[in-house]
Design a protein around this ligand. Structure first.
Ligand code: MRU
Length: 354
């Protein structure tokens, strides 16, 4: 199954439920869930049925439009109060990816801008905005992909961490978009070699990125996270592409736990390290990585998930941060849909209009 054929999230024709591809079941099972209740959308984001910063943003926008569609009042002010309550609830689903808040704020601005109209008109405007956020996401990924593709040569080895693939966006992904663009430009799958970090503890690299790249026909090698150093030392890696959940104004960025280690290794071995970032993931309100909230997840993800039996002593303390922050000094460049940004990143972000 070509992952590009799979929709991460869709709003049903009658706008009464979301169709969410349940990524917790991949790659073994392809199941699309029909989710009509806000609390179930919250759960789907929280347990990573839908995940990846841009896909979380698109899901939140669709969910806001879906729920707004069934608010029963003719009074725009009463409508807006209920809309805000639902928006604020959804914003608590996960803390790190700024796209969740960015998309909800965009929906909020849309509602406010149409408050002088009738409730049905506000509902329609919200649906149109959600659809726009989704469509823009596809174009953004393609933009990032073309810039990333221009950095590639046939025969290159590419390392990526976690899944910043088509499954993490509306289509193409961010860190995988250069590879998908290479195929669109007529390259053969064997012209590139992608190394996927398995990405403990939730295995997004093994379950999702390896699934995507392998099924796209690209030469793909799965490695455990602790093997990145050896493949770099052996000269198998020419470039690193990773995604991000939030980029601070100074270029520090949060991404899946383990990313900062990959960046340190890349620096050690002199390998270019690029962050693929939709401009919506760059948070100019956050000065440095210090201020990015890091999600802590439950210990069972480390001690027993994926194992047939528990693999850690009962009662042992577990530390399970879902993300880490990579220092901007380790970043060769940040690829956005608006252009490639290099240090000093604050100035580069301003130059592309952020
Ligand atoms: O916890 P996840 O699976 O949502 O984490 C995803 C990542 O860290 C991705 O690299 C990031 O969201 C960018 S997706 C284009």
């Amino acid at each position: 199954m070509d992952a590009l054929q799979l929709d991460t999230v869709k709003l049903s024709e009658d706008r009464s439920y979301l169709e969410i591809l349940d990524q917790t079941l991949l790659p073994g099972t392809i199941r699309v869930l029909k989710i009509g209740e806000l609390k179930d959308v919250w759960e789907a984001i929280n347990v990573l049925r839908v995940r990846g910063a841009p896909a979380i943003g698109v899901t939140a926008a669709y969910a806001a439009a879906m729920c707004a569609g069934r608010i029963e009042t003719d009074d725009p002010e009463a409508f807006y109060r209920e809309f805000l309550r639902e928006k604020e609830y959804l914003a608590t689903a996960r803390p790190t990816a700024v796209n969740l808040f960015w998309a909800l704020d965009r929906m909020d601005r849309t509602a406010k801008a149409h408050l002088c109209e009738t409730v049905p008109e506000i509902k329609e405007a919200l649906f149109t905005e959600a659809q726009k956020i989704r469509d823009e996401d596809v174009a953004i990924s393609r933009g990032i992909g073309e810039i990333g593709f221009s950095m590639l040569h046939k025969g290159m080895g590419i390392l990526t961490h976690c899944n910043a693939g088509t499954l993490a966006t509306a289509k193409y992904g961010t860190a995988t978009a250069p590879m998908y663009m290479a195929l669109e430009h007529g390259w053969a799958g064997r012209d590139l070699h992608v190394y996927c970090d398995e990405t403990r503890p939730l295995l997004q690299g093994a379950r999702l990125t390896a699934f995507e790249m392998h099924n796209a026909g690209i030469a793909t090698t799965l490695i455990c996270d602790n093997m990145a150093s050896i493949v770099m030392k052996q000269g198998k890696i020419d470039i690193v592409f990773v995604g991000c959940d939030r980029v601070a104004r100074n270029g520090d960025f949060a991404n899946k736990i383990g990313t900062s280690g990959v960046a340190i290794l890349a620096k050690h071995y002199g390998i270019p390290f690029y962050v693929c970032a939709p401009s919506s993931t760059i948070d100019m309100q956050t000065p440095t990585g210090e201020q990015i909230p890091i999600e802590q997840r439950k210990p069972e993800e480390v001690t027993e998930m994926w194992y047939r039996e528990r693999m850690a002593p009962e009662g042992v303390d577990v530390y399970n941060p879902a993300f880490d922050v990579t220092d901007h000094s380790l970043v060769t460049g940040i690829i956005t849909e608006k252009g490639l940004c290099r240090a000093p990143f604050g100035q580069a972000f301003e130059a592309i209009g952020l």
